[in-house]
Each structure stands twice: as structure tokens, then as C-alpha cells.
Design a binder for this molecule. Structure first.
Ligand code: PA5
Length: 418
């Protein structure tokens, strides 16, 4: 992975200012401290993860492969987005289809899913660290009825709860009713949990080599282990975001890729950054775009709208294997593309976009990876988690809580009780 800030509109020496380095030194010390109570278990996790839990995950995945056609994962926010992102990015062929539920109150989604899988064999994986999330418990209530109807009293053998090691409703139920469980490690919030059982079980079931994912994360852990901004691209990127906001007054960061496979990864990034940083009236609003589709919509705003946006590209260097060469007839308006590979056209689109948006004054960061694979996915996840944590602390907020999410839940509950 390489971070290119040559189009960032910030002079190189500004990244290494002494006051910023001092702040980052302090942040690094806190993140790497042995006390994880702030929510930092994920920092050392690629090194310290529970090997027995990994064996259990792999065993369960094998079992699911033998007796199920579908793994229905019930989770929301951090208990869903990373798994969905990894599966759609790595798109492996597998015997078992992994589907997701619990992500809204729109019952028509769930009823469609249940209708589509009613004649298949199903395992349900409920993922909720707190075990109190309303979307999840509502969905579980409906799915349990469906499973009971289908499998009678044996249905609980087809349920796995991924939840807190000790606390919460799901843990208590699992203990009482003998339901299989996996654990979300202590002091690891949802949006930093995809490399734990939260993501690893759905990954393993969908044919992803989870050991390679963890190897990628471990490589990132080792590469991003120093506080020196010059040597640590995760911290350099965090400092860049700080300067984007404070010096250039940018309020929106678009994560963009010319690879459509990054669409859900963009959703994961959106949650990681917005839920970590958007508090105390601070933060850059993060969202994601897929190019070239969004060049035909949001591209207009980026080029000529309010000058409040920055772009961060995830650029995959090696074209995918199913690349095609064009054979264009005379008279076609794209005759100039004759004998060109689609990947060459995409690369020209990428370079053209960088040039056009740079000329319009949009700061651009480019995160380059060689190809899409498990190792790179694990590396990217860890890179962004570390960058996001550092970025949040630089901004002066706690990147590991989400107090603002509670308000709608309080009002929703009041509406239902009144
Ligand atoms: O990142 C977070 O902490 C949140 O997005 C949670 O993952 C989300 O609210 C779901 O919570 P839980 O896993 O407790 O059901």
C-alpha cells in the first residue's frame, strides 16, 4: 500500500510540523498503551487475537458449509458493514450464500429475504456486541419464528450469537439455551471489530481466506508501528485530514474508486470516520463515490460546486483478470479506443479525473494497492482504523464512542411507549 499526497494542496513540510508531531507522539502512546479501556483492543489485535477463537470460527464455517445453503447474518452498523464490505470486495465463489438482515425497519426487505430462502437450509448468525440494538432484536424475533416453523425444536442448533464475552441479553440467552456463541473482544467497538469473529465467520463461510486477511492486518500493524509522521503513512494521512479541515477549510471527504467492488468498503469507511469523528460540532463529513458512475452526477459539484470537498482515491494498480480488449468498427465515435483494454480506459479516466479535479482546486489523496485480495483487505482495514483513531484524537474528540446515536433511540422508544 502506498499513500500519495502529491495532489493534496498541502506543502510537504507542513505534515511534519513540530507541534503536530508532538500531538501524534502522544496519540501513539495512548493507542499503544496496555490499557485498552478507551476502546483500543483492536490496536494490538492482529498480534494478540485469540487463536482458539479462530480455530472455532474455522470449524463452525466448515460445519455451516456442510449443512447449510445460506448464512443469514443479522447485524447493523459496525456489526455488519465490515463483513459486507469484505465479502463484496473479495467476491469469492462459495457453496454457502451469505445474506444480511437487520439493517433497517423496512420489513419488506426481510420478508423478501425469508421468502427467497424458505426452501434452503439456513444458519443464522446474530451479531450484536451490546445485545440491545432494537433493529437486531426485532429482526431476531421474526427470524426465530421463521426458523422454529422450519426446523421445529432443533432450530437453536442453527443459531450462532456473536456478542460480548460476558454481558448482555444475547449472552444470557445463549448460556441458558445452549446456543453456540462467538465473542466480540472486550474494549473493541463495532466499527473497529471487523477483524474479530464479527467479520471472520461470515468471511470464512463465503470462501475468504481469513488467515490471509489477518496476515495483511499484521503486516499493517508492523508497518504502522511508529509515531514518526514521516515514516507512518496512517498518521501522515490523519495529519493530512487535520490540515484539510483546519487549514484548507474542507468539510467533506469523498472516498472514490474506479473499482465498483469498493462500494461497500466506502460504506464501511463512511461509518468508521463519521461515527468516530462527527461529534462536538467537529469533523469532516465522509461519504463514498463509485466512478465513473458518480462522475456523471456528483462530479459536477466536485468540479464547480462549493469549495468544501476533498477526494481520497483507492486506486488498484493491477487490472482484474476479466479484462477485455475492444474491437471497434469504423464510424463508431469510440474508434480511437480500438484495441484498447477496458483497464486502459479506466486508467485514463482515473488520470483525467485527478487532473480535472486538481485544476479545480480539490485536494486529493491517493491510496494505492497492487490488487484486490485478502491480504490487501486486511492491510487497508487496519490502515484506516489507525488513521481514523489518530485523526479523531487530533481533532480533539473521542473516536471510540457514539453518544449522538442514542437520541433517536430514546425518542423512538418514547413514541412506542406513549
Ligand atoms: O460502531 C459501532 O459501535 C456501532 O455502529 C455499532 O456497531 C452498532 O450500533 C451496532 O451495535 P451492536 O453490535 O451493539 O448491536
Amino acid at each position: 500500500m502506498k499513500l500519495d499526497l502529491s495532489h493534496s494542496m498541502i506543502k510537504e513540510h507542513e505534515f511534519y510540523a513540530r507541534d503536530l508531531q508532538k500531538k501524534v507522539d502522544e496519540i501513539h502512546k495512548n493507542l499503544h498503551s496496555a490499557d485498552h479501556s478507551a476502546g483500543t483492543t483492536w490496536v494490538h489485535f492482529p498480534l494478540t487475537y485469540d487463536k482458539k477463537e479462530l480455530s472455532k470460527i474455522l470449524k463452525l464455517a466448515k460445519h455451516i458449509e456442510e449443512d447449510s445453503d445460506v448464512l443469514l447474518v443479522v447485524g447493523i452498523g459496525g456489526s455488519y458493514l465490515g463483513a459486507k464490505a469484505g465479502i463484496s470486495l473479495l467476491s469469492k465463489k462459495s457453496k454457502v450464500e451469505v445474506l444480511f438482515a437487520g439493517t433497517s425497519f423496512d420489513y419488506s426487505d426481510l420478508s423478501q429475504t425469508l421468502e427467497a430462502i424458505k426452501d434452503k437450509d439456513i444458519t443464522v448468525n446474530v451479531v450484536s456486541k451490546s445485545g440491545t440494538t432494537v433493529e437486531i432484536l426485532v429482526t431476531l424475533n421474526i427470524i426465530e419464528r421463521f426458523m422454529k416453523n422450519k426446523y421445529k425444536n432443533d432450530y437453536k442448533k442453527r443459531m450462532i450469537f456473536t456478542t460480548d464475552r460476558e454481558k448482555g441479553y444475547l449472552r444470557a440467552r445463549a448460556n441458558q439455551e445452549g446456543i453456540e456463541t462467538l465473542s466480540v473482544p472486550d474494549n473493541m467497538g463495532g466499527r473497529y471489530s471487523v477483524l474479530s469473529a464479527v467479520g471472520l465467520l461470515p468471511f470464512a463461510v463465503s470462501g475468504i481466506n481469513v488467515k490471509k486477511v489477518l496476515e495483511g492486518a499484521l503486516q499493517a500493524y508492523n508497518d504502522l508501528d511508529e509515531s514518526d509522521i514521516e515514516k507512518n503513512p496512517a498518521y501522515r494521512y490523519a495529519v493530512y485530514r487535520y490540515l484539510l479541515n483546519r487549514k484548507l477549510g474542507k468539510k467533506i471527504e469523498f472516498f472514490a474508486s474506479f473499482s465498483t467492488k469498493f462500494a461497500f468498503f466506502g460504506d464501511w469507511l463512511q461509518q468508521l470516520f463519521d461515527e468516530s469523528e462527527g461529534k462536538d460540532k467537529k469533523g469532516i463529513f465522509v461519504t463514498s463515490l463509485t466512478y465513473s458512475t458518480d462522475l456523471h452526477s456528483v462530479g459536477q459539484f466536485i468540479q464547480q460546486g462549493s469549495p468544501i470537498v476533498a477526494e481520497t482515491f483507492i486506486d488498484v494498480k493491477i487490472p482484474q483478470k476479466d479484462n477485455q480488449v475492444l474491437n471497434v468498427p469504423l464510424g463508431s465515435p469510440i474508434k480511437f479506443l480500438d484495441n484498447k483494454f477496458v483497464s486502459e480506459i479506466s486508467r485514463a479516466g482515473f488520470n483525467g479525473t485527478i487532473k480535472a479535479h486538481s485544476e479545480a482546486g480539490v485536494p486529493i489523496a491517493i491510496i494505492e494497492i497492487d490488487e484486490i485480495n485478502e491480504f490487501e483487505y486486511g492491510y487497508l482495514v487496519y490502515f484506516f482504523e489507525k488513521a481514523c483513531a489518530c485523526s479523531g484524537y487530533l481533532l480533539g474528540v473521542n473516536p471510540f464512542n457514539q453518544p449522538g446515536v442514542e437520541q433517536y433511540k430514546t425518542y423512538m422508544k418514547q413514541n412506542l411507549i406513549d
